[in-house]
Design a protein around this ligand. Structure first.
Ligand SMILES: [Zn+2]
Length: 134
């Protein structure tokens, strides 16, 4: 889907700021970006949207289901496009880098742990805080 369609189908009007931010989230090789990251990247591209607008647009994207927001302990909230499948995250405590991972064994263990307590999982997020091995 192109960005214009994607914005419209989320019930939002197409604006320059929304297009720029959505493009960035789609094309950036770091798929987890903070509002500051986005501000820096747009600034470098001479596409100054302004930090207040960036925050507003990101929150609109979250409300519209385009994005999800993570509050990792290591810093600012980061945003990623709503993923199709499930994944968990590792966050580097030195650099803030976010690494995605999926592990069937961990998923299965979580389900059996919940079941043992008489529950089924409706949602979960698992975050590993890591640092580089020297
Ligand atoms: Zn992710």
């Amino acid at each position: 889907m192109n960005t214009n369609k994607e914005i419209r189908s989320a019930g939002l009007k197409v604006t320059h700021a929304r297009k720029s931010i959505l493009n960035l989230l789609e094309k950036s090789n770091n798929s987890h970006l903070s509002a500051d990251d986005i501000n820096k990247i747009l600034f470098k591209k001479n596409d100054e949207v302004g930090i207040a607008t960036i925050y507003r647009v990101l929150n609109q994207f979250v409300d519209a289901g385009i994005c999800i927001k993570h509050h990792f302990d290591s810093g600012q909230a980061v945003f990623e496009l709503t993923p199709e499948g499930h994944h968990d995250h590792m966050v580097c405590v030195k650099t803030g880098k976010v690494i995605e991972f999926e592990d069937d064994l961990i998923e299965a263990r979580q389900h059996s742990l919940a079941k043992k307590s008489g529950y089924k999982i409706v949602d979960h997020s698992l975050v590993l805080y890591v640092e580089p091995i020297d």
